[in-house]
Design a protein around this ligand. Structure first.
Ligand code: SF4
Length: 703
């Protein structure tokens, strides 16, 4: 093979004199498959895996800079035990892993004896490696409370897609679409996956029309054909009026609806009874009735098309029905699971890493917290309600909490209440790479390896079935351990070591990948396994009660809610004292509150800011680039202002991220920007349990 014939990865490896490890990036949740170049035990270069269908060799800035985590001096390197009472600034002493495992196992046994195993909960990101914690704390220990962070993320969308399509995570075949309607979904500015972001641009190149519905003129809106500057929290009204236009004008897909949808006739009557006309919606959402009719007709008559949501239509107390209405547009027009549509993503046959026999399992004796709290349709824990369980014992006491790769002190509304919660826990365990604000409130901090130092097997976020693997490229930093070793250590102390009997990561990974063609060896070699997308699965039966797309939601009806989406106003409205509505948007150079200690990313985007419309800026004496104080009834922050034209007047848009860092961690992040979570009082979506970050009114003045 000549030099020119070799693949780019081989040529780079030769130049760098490096070993290439096929892996994936976890600087954001989209997990692009990668090739990690390692020399002398160090990561010297990282590129995208050019064979992988979701990123075809590319990475974003966050991914390119992610190697920093292997050298960040702020990494937690040893297990640490708290030495002073909670509520005071956390002080810790270094302990051994053996002491850490003893401490945790002892507390777990005490809590089970005093309160029952349901008094221990896990909150995490969606990492598959948390499966090890689930096997330990749920299968063996018997807690039903294994949760993730979704209520601070796409909880409203997830609830909508589960109840309508019976699918947990539909993706979007943007590249093949001809008409793309994005509801509060900033594909080109937020940390969305490269595959989907690229799809939008490809569709544009191929002549598709892109319509962005958002109070902000986002990066995606700037590239779109049309921006509809909707009033915050009114997406549901706009979407319901579009549904009515499509039905009244006979533009819905009769054949598709008759074959695959449940409850069409009732929905038509519901729209009529409620009077959800374009004129009605125009008064609410600020988009004129003619535009509503035109967009609805364009959407219904251009195929293939997608009406897509992620987080933006959520974060309000009415976000659940906004999401459902946006998805019903897809159902009415037959634009589900075909080429160029919302895609009911296929899953790869990835199994559990360990096999706990049924007779070793402990069945939970109580309902999981979300059900006991009155949110049976919540796809995840209503995080904002967790303090009630811990502090007040309602609906039942929670006394132990494992926090894995998530930072509720910073990411949940009302930071004061979350910090108070930690004082009432008898066991708070942080499993973290960096000493987060939440870790500081815990009893014990366990140093976890970064994704460059551990193995993981997970579903790839691409249209078709895809399995991806993260392989340890370098040794763990300090004494950090991967989750599968941490759980193994605790399990041994609990007497359950035999269920986690693997000696190397390949042992459990071989079990998890046994169903994949070629098994573990093929996955290690290539970095991923994928199959072509399977389209038109709708007729094969969905995982809803009727097996159909449920415009009439039996899940909603069974839970005592209106089976059809309705429009109810959001909870918080500006007034004379606090005349501006808060909305949030993200930063493309950072992933939420994860990457602000990376000096390269901070050089590009060193702080976050608040955007304010020029008319409001004039009214409140705000100049562009000036530091301003944002005050809510709860608290205030000082942040830089950007005066913009592209924002609905009467709102401010806080670019999210930044504003953390403290004495123990965050030497780069500290003192940069401001975090908005303490501006908010707690508002929880009544159906999905989502954190309603945008239910917040403020006033603004120069600092
Ligand atoms: S999109 Fe996410 S996973 Fe992909 S390279 Fe960027 S940070 Fe990494």
């Amino acid at each position: 093979m000549t030099y020119q014939e070799k693949k780019l990865s081989q040529r780079i490896a030769e130049i760098k004199k490096a070993e290439v490890v096929k892996s994936f990036c976890y600087s954001c949740p989209w997990n692009c498959p990668t090739e990690v170049y390692v020399r002398d035990g160090k990561v010297v270069y990282v590129k995208g895996n050019e064979d992988a269908p979701n990123n075809i060799g590319t990475r974003c800035s966050k991914g390119m800079a992610s190697w920093w985590i292997t050298q960040d001096p702020d990494r937690v390197k040893y297990p640490m035990l708290r030495t002073n009472p909670k509520g005071e600034r956390g002080e810790f002493k270094r302990i051994s892993w053996d002491e850490a495992f003893d401490f945790i196992a002892g507390k777990l046994k005490d809590i089970a004896k005093k309160y029952g195993p349901e008094a221990v909960a896990l909150t995490c990101h969606h990492d598959p490696n948390t499966q090890f914690y689930r096997h330990l704390l749920s299968d063996l220990y018997g807690s039903p409370n294994m949760y993730a962070h979704t209520s601070g993320c796409e909880q409203d969308r997830r609830s909508a897609c589960l109840t309508i399509f019976g699918h947990v995570f539909p993706m979007h075949d943007f590249a093949n679409s001809k008409y793309i309607m994005l509801w509060g979904m900033n594909m080109l500015g937020a940390n969305q996956g490269l595959f989907e972001s690229r799809g939008i641009l490809e569709a544009k190149k191929n002549g598709a029309k892109v319509v962005v519905i958002d109070p902000s003129f986002t990066e995606t809106a700037q590239k779109a054909d049309e921006w509809l500057p909707v009033q915050p929290g009114t997406d549901g009204a706009l979407a319901l009026a579009m549904c009515k236009v499509i039905i009244d004008d006979n533009l819905y897909d009769r054949e598709f609806v008759a074959a695959h949808c449940e409850g069409f006739d009732g929905f038509r009557d519901h729209l009529n009874d409620k009077g959800y006309t374009p004129e009605w919606a125009a008064e609410i959402c600020g988009i004129d009735a003619d535009t509503i009719r035109r967009i609805a007709r364009e959407f219904a008559t251009t195929k293939p098309a997608i009406s897509a949501i992620f987080k933006g239509s959520g974060y309000y107390t009415n976000g659940h029905d906004a999401g459902r209405a946006c998805y019903i547009l897809d159902a009415l027009t037959g634009q589900v699971d075909g080429v160029g549509n919302l895609h009911l993503k296929d899953w790869a046959p990835v199994g559990n890493p360990v096999d706990i026999p049924d007779d070793a399992k402990t069945a939970p004796k109580k309902d999981p917290l979300h059900v006991a709290m009155g949110y049976p349709l919540a796809p995840d824990l209503p995080n904002s309600r967790l303090p009630e369980a811990v502090i007040d014992g309602k609906p039942y006491p929670v006394k132990g909490l494992f926090v894995h790769s998530t930072n509720p002190v910073m990411s949940d509304p009302d930071r004061d209440r979350v910090m108070e919660m930690f004082k009432h826990l008898e066991l708070a365990v942080a499993c973290e790479v960096l000493m987060s604000e939440t870790a500081l409130e815990c009893d014990i901090v366990l140093p976890e390896t970064s994704f460059y130092e551990m193995a993981e097997v997970r579903q790839g976020l691409w249209l078709g079935a895809e399995a991806i693997i993260c392989q340890p490229a370098i040794d763990p930093v300090g004494e950090s351990k991967p989750p599968y070793e941490i759980v193994q250590g605790i399990a041994k102390k609990m007497g359950w070591g035999k269920h986690f009997a693997y000696k190397t990561w390949e042992d459990w990974a071989a079990t998890a990948t046994a169903g994949l063609p070629g098994g573990l060896e093929a996955l290690k070699e290539k970095g991923f396994w994928s199959a072509p997308p399977e389209y038109n699965k709708v007729g094969k039966g969905l995982e809803t009660k009727t097996g159909k797309i449920e415009i009439y939601s039996h899940a909603y009806a069974d839970a005592g809610h209106n089976p059809y989406p309705e429009y109810v106003e959001r909870s918080v409205h500006p007034d004379d004292e606090y005349p501006l509505q808060v909305t949030h948007s993200k930063l493309s150079m950072h992933c939420n509150i994860v990457t602000q200690n990376n000096p390269m990313l901070m050089e590009i985007c060193p702080e976050n800011w608040v955007e304010i419309n020029s008319a409001d800026a004039l009214k409140y004496g705000i100049r562009d680039d000036q530091m301003v104080v944002i005050e809510s009834p709860k608290d205030n922050i000082t942040i830089r202002a950007k005066v913009v034209e592209g924002l609905v007047p009467g709102c401010v848009s806080i670019r999210h991220g930044h504003g953390f860092g403290h004495w123990a961690m965050g030497s780069v992040a500290k003192g940069k920007g401001a975090h908005s979570n303490n501006l908010m009082e707690i508002h929880t979506n009544p159906v999905t349990g989502a954190n309603c970050y945008n239910e917040c009114k403020v006033r603004v003045r120069p600092a």
